[in-house]
Design a binder for this molecule. Sequence first.
Ligand SMILES: [Zn+2]
Length: 206
Amino acid sequence: MEFSSKLLENAVYEMSQLPGIGKRTALRLVLHLLRQPKNQTAQLVNALETLREDIKFCSNCHSISDTEICDICSNPARNKNIICVVEDIRDVMAIESTGQYRGLYHVLGGKISPLDGIGPQELTINSLVEKVKSGKVEELIFALSATMEGDTTNFYIYKQLEGIEVKTSTIARGIGVNDELEYADEVTLGRSILNRIPFENALKSS
Ligand SMILES: [Zn+2]
């Protein structure tokens, strides 16, 4: 792509660093911004800057939060004895939108994936194990995607909890339908949380 303006080229380059945005789309977006009033761009830049400056990770569940303890963890109406283990905040949002779950979450920050260089230490697994060891957790619900990485992660955590008194279950999901939690429709996802199955049974069937 030949640019007659270095300023335009720079902006297009930065925009094209975003996932799923090729050079052509980046150019379209940048030209769109140029046609908008200046303050529109300022608001966008400001929103992103404040996000990066002020965002926190909940010290209890590790989800993205505006405060030290997130709204879910600090809500007295939530059942603190049940913890749903998820990969990231998108899963929290998907499960919350079902309105079927009243427990807390634990956000791992990814799945174990040796090929991508993600081992247990890169995730918040230790913090989860410590939480369970503290004795206040009655049930852990594994809600990771039904992929090899998801299964590996579930199993790793399950092994770490050996000898600790805690019920483990996994959400029931249709096979091969919605691998990624965030794409599961609300009714299906809500039902699969209510109809969760003991983790041991899931191990036997696979
Ligand atoms: Zn939290």
